[in-house]
Write a protein that binds this ligand. Sequence first.
Ligand code: SAM
Length: 274
Amino acid sequence: MRIDVVSIFPDYLAPLKLSLLGRAQEDGLLSIAIHDLRDFTSDRHRTVDDTPYGGGAGMVMKPEPWALALERVLEEQRPAQDAGTDGPGEAAPGTAASGADDAAAQPGGRRRPVLVVPSPAGEVFTQRMAYELAEEPTLAFACGRYEGIDERVLDWAREHFEVRPVSLGDYVLNGGEVAVMAMVEAVGRLVPGVVGNPESLIEESHSDGLLEYPVYTKPSSWRGHDVPEVLLSGNHGRISQWRLEQQLRRTAARRPELLEGADAAAFGKPERAV
Ligand code: SAM
């Protein structure tokens, strides 16, 4: 998968070179390119913002540098897009059909590349969305700053990209970079081969709509706190049953609204059978 990020603070994204995502880039599973929006300005001060029409506080990001930067991204993504012209594969288990919809198709049946625009006014990022995005051959991210990006950039971009304004949550950050790091990490770890043991992606919070059960390691008794006896029993049926109960209990206590949307099929999965 190829990922392009446009930002006025490219150094902010440096941690994407670390840890599992860093290794995935060395191994050729992922390619992440960071673009400095100021490289696409034409004035001496490399200006990317201006005052808002209609008045009000703060500044708004100017449209032209964005169009030039995103045109560069389109150009650089073309080989990866061409290699993936069959479109995304099947949606991951437990997800809706991947982000594909009529709006995403270009004339000639070719899919538009996805452009994620982080925004507190976007749809909220979820594990389901991470699975959808992980099916794409390329992703582009446009990090806003100030009061955000001139809305016409999104209108223009829809001619070339499937544009998805996405929020990390119901709070306001200073810029899109932190949101992009979270999204790229959540998506990148779903790309096959990035996480060594794919099983660990199945048995974790949100993979089946529930929160994960509590986990323990050695020693079995520590500072007066014991590992639940069932986990030492070696009885896999009892362990599965206990884990499912813990998932339900924890989800009910911490995120009761998730129980409504939990994937009922997950309860029939062999590894959860009791
Ligand atoms: N005036 C904007 C509003 O109220 O919707 C907020 C602008 S915010 C200060 C600057 C940038 O930070 C946004 O353009 C967006 O890129 C990013 N941002 C802020 N909060 C975010 C969130 N919850 N999720 C994703 N991106 C966010």
